[in-house]
Design a binder for this molecule. Structure first.
Ligand code: AMP
Ligand code: GLY
Length: 423
């Protein structure tokens, strides 16, 4: 069976490695993949957003199944285009991917269907947004409506900061059309949890929970990044909260999308804050999180491809999705300077015995040698019987992966461990 993964980051590397475990998979393609993925799949130089290119490639190469991993091709309709040519796909179609593609859509959906989320107003006019900020409670959260490479959220402590953010989005269009509308919402307090779930519009199967570490520096300081590390499971997410989230958020979201004739098939990512009033949604993503996938997939004990195919066919209720009991930790190694300017082009040394646990994100093969080529270079994942063990092992392994200008946080998992009462 020929399987194609669209995307080229650490998440896609984790997907490729998990898909390769199915013995029916004879060929794995990654579009475009990266220098590290090239060890595990055939990388094809087609951009993840080149929909015509990926459809032509899939048809010409008789691809049996496609996994579209990143948000932008999903929002652009990659799944619709592939399915139109008879290629079975894992991922939501364009009508469903709007759940991530438009924050105004997702907030309005939650309001209409009574799904707990931060109180908000949305604006299409700059003056109205600025006027609202005169009285909005502080801190306040300003979000660009559309995709903005994870940078479209501003947590403003002051009215001026919020005004600057709104002007940058609506007037200067720093995120292009994504900023033509903005959401201004209530700041929620509480621990954050990421929950990825398989769903086909009929069944909803949450995966093991996780915790991202979005800020660049230790202690959750510094600028937001794509994610500097993850742990799973998330100790704040108790079985009681999971049951509540299932009943108040996950099932209602699935049913709301069905009712809107936007049935969501794929991986639905719930970004939650566990407030004093219960779990509330801060964001939906229409795909696996990065670097959440790098801790969730290594804990998956059942077959990923089988689940993905069942999801695509609308038969998810018939499969068992199972996870190991232990924990996982992923430490992201970045180029010093990220998320600002950084230098690239340094050779990366990964000891052979660690290759299975290293998920490469921003790296190229230069004369056959793996070389840094991005902000987030790679993630080192370790699993263990306990979170303590997984975190310790992840850091031991991280110390053995070397490249010039490497930077990583030293405290991935520290908050989770203290929540467990063990640090
Ligand atoms: P996003 O780009 O939507 O993932 O948001 C980035 C980060 O901003 C989230 O991971 C949260 O830490 C924070 N955030 C977003 N919305 C809120 C909110 N309403 N209240 C508190 N923090 C938020
Ligand atoms: N780690 C957050 C995301 O993938 O959006």
């Amino acid at each position: 069976m020929k399987v194609m993964v669209v995307g080229g980051g650490g998440r896609e590397h984790a997907l490729v490695k998990a898909l390769a475990k199915n013995p029916d998979v004879t060929t794995l393609y990654a579009l475009p993949g990266n220098g590290g993925i090239a060890r595990d799949a055939t990388c094809v130089d087609i951009a993840a957003t080149d929909i015509a290119g990926m459809v032509a490639f899939a048809v010409d190469n008789e691809v049996d199944f496609a996994v579209v991993a990143p948000d932008d091709p999903l929002v652009l309709g990659a799944v619709d285009a592939l399915e139109a040519r008879g290629i079975a796909c894992f991922g939501p179609n364009k009508r469903a991917a709007i759940l991530e593609g438009s924050k105004v859509f997702s907030k309005d959906l939650m309001r209409r269907y009574g799904i707990p989320t931060a109180a908000y107003e949305s604006f299409t006019e700059l003056d109205a947004a600025l006027a609202y900020l005169d009285t909005a409670p502080l801190p306040t959260v300003v979000k660009a409506d559309g995709l903005a490479l994870g940078k479209g959220v501003i947590i403003a402590q002051t009215r001026d900061e919020a005004r600057v953010g709104v002007r940058a989005m609506m007037e200067d269009r720093v995120f292009g059309d994504s900023g033509s509308r903005v959401v201004i919402e209530e700041f929620l307090r509480g621990p954050e949890v990421s929950v990825l779930a398989f769903t086909d519009g009929d069944a909803m199967i949450p995966m093991v929970s996780s915790m991202d570490h979005k800020r660049a520096l230790d202690g959750d300081n510094g600028p937001n990044t794509g994610g500097m590390g993850t742990v799973a499971p998330n100790p704040y997410y108790t079985p009681q909260l999971a049951a509540r989230a299932m009943e108040e958020i996950f099932i209602p979201t699935m049913e709301a999308m069905n009712a809107e004739d936007r049935t969501f098939k794929g991986c639905l990512y719930f970004g939650l804050i566990l407030t004093e009033d219960g779990p509330k949604v801060i964001e939906y993503n229409c795909r696996f999180g990065d670097p959440e996938a790098q801790v969730v997939l290594p804990l998956l004990s059942s077959d990923l491809l089988t689940t993905m195919q069942a999801t695509a066919r609308g038969e998810l209720a018939n499969v068992d999705v199972e996870f190991h009991d232990g924990a996982a930790c992923c430490v992201v190694m970045a180029s010093a300077g990220y998320p600002g300017a950084y230098e690239s082009g340094f050779p990366i040394a990964v000891p052979e015995d660690l290759e299975a646990e290293v998920y490469v994100a921003g790296a190229k093969l230069v004369d056959g040698e793996l070389t840094t080529g991005g902000g987030r270079v790679l993630g080192v994942t370790a699993t263990g019987a306990t979170l303590t063990e997984a975190v310790a092992k992840a850091y031991e392994q991280t110390a053995r992966v070397t490249f010039d200008n490497a930077y990583f946080r030293r405290d991935i998992g520290a908050k989770a461990l203290s929540a467990e009462g063990r640090s």
